[in-house]
Design a protein around this ligand. Structure first.
Ligand code: XIL
Length: 351
């Protein structure tokens, strides 16, 4: 009898400790992670994913260079592994990404001599690619980053667009058509424009104006993906808040698609950890937790329009930034850091 009482007293505590990020944010937004093939194969890492996340993005496996390195020669091995993991565990995926100037075969926009393709041929290849990928993962992918990073880094340029081969062939029509083709292939998927430095006032204005124009032309665009590659100081809460307020005037769906908070910044001397060592300091850990706390405080306030927040990589060991940036809530040993607790506990941090 005693034992039973003890067990029931313990139960809430057990449940609490079994709660992952996805549970803590239920009703606010889904919480996602980008994964590599190791993450979904290793059983401990897979368990960590299932416990904390209810949205998954393939870090590289669904990019054009992975799925169709040469025209018409599809290789679905990587993408299928991630998709099958998600199917098996009932996790929905963010599709990433259909059109980007990186990690894409040149065949998409050049002939064999390296000349730019005529516009119609470029559109034909782009359409085939988009149809093939989107159709294959329709059952498990609920949204796509259709066009990635089309706005220039040059804040002073007259032309807001990145001068990529694809842009040079077709101008803005390249962007519009990518969305149209994705919509043809899956009319139920949510379609996103995705970019970085999205809190910068010049870039955010350019993103806003582009999406406004596309929507006015009837292009099927549902949302804006804010990549969220941040650092310990930026964006400040007001900067993040301002960008979200701008975007939410236009779209009903905002996703934070690639969140991480790097330790390095332009002021590299500010780093609080040994550059040659592998151990992060307490104060760095504290600052990371504080910045994640500030970011999530703003995100929670906009949870009516933000429907997903995705971390870019599972742990510091997996980070594309290298482990020395300590950018994620899980450390190199897949252990939760202070940042994890601050996010999980939904503590408001305003300074
Ligand atoms: C990165 C991956 O994490 C790396 O493994 C790869 O080598 C390069 O691409 N913005 C994006 C992502 O939209 O696709 C990028 O992912 C990170 C920046």
């Amino acid at each position: 009898m005693r034992k039973k009482v003890f067990f029931f007293l313990l139960l809430p505590a057990l449940q609490l400790s079994a709660q992952g990020l996805k549970d803590a944010y239920e009703g606010l937004f889904t919480v996602g992670v980008s994964v590599n093939l190791r993450n979904v194969t290793d059983s401990a890492q897979a368990a960590l994913i299932c416990r904390n996340y209810n949205s998954v993005t393939a870090e590289n496996a669904m990019k054009p260079a992975s799925t169709e390195r040469e025209e018409g020669r599809f290789d679905w091995r990587g993408a299928d592994r991630v998709a099958n993991f998600c199917r098996q565990h009932g996790i929905k995926m963010r599709g990433h990404c259909l059109m980007w100037h990186n990690q894409i075969g040149r065949w998409m926009y050049e002939d064999e001599e390296g000349n730019p393709l005529p516009k119609e041929e470029f559109f034909r290849r782009m359409r085939n690619h988009i149809h093939a990928v989107v159709s294959r993962y329709k059952d498990v992918v609920y949204c796509w980053d259709v066009v990635n990073e089309a706005i220039t880094d040059d804040r002073r340029a007259d032309n807001p667009y990145r001068q990529t081969p694809m842009y040079r062939i077709a101008g803005e029509e390249f962007i519009a058509n990518a969305f149209r083709f994705a919509h043809e292939a899956d009319s139920t998927a949510l379609l996103f424009y995705n970019d970085y430095n999205e809190c910068d006032p010049v870039r955010s204005r350019r993103i806003y104006e582009m999406v406004l124009r596309l929507k006015a032309d009837g292009v099927p665009i549902d949302g804006i993906g804010m990549q969220g590659h941040y650092n310990l100081r930026r964006p400040q809460p007001e900067e993040l808040d301002r960008a979200i307020r701008l975007y939410r005037q236009l779209v009903h769906h905002i996703h934070i698609t690639e969140l991480d908070v790097r330790a390095s910044s332009q002021q590299g001397g500010d780093l609080q950890f040994s550059k040659d060592g592998t151990t992060a300091s307490d104060s760095l850990d504290e600052r990371l937790a504080a910045q994640y706390g500030r970011i999530f405080t703003v995100l929670r306030r906009h949870s009516d329009v933000i429907d997903n927040v995705t971390f870019w990589n599972l742990s510091d060991r997996d980070s594309w930034l290298g482990a020395k940036n300590y950018p994620l809530p899980f450390d190199v040993n897949y252990q939760p850091k202070r940042a994890y607790d601050v996010i999980l506990q939904k503590k408001d941090v305003t300074q």
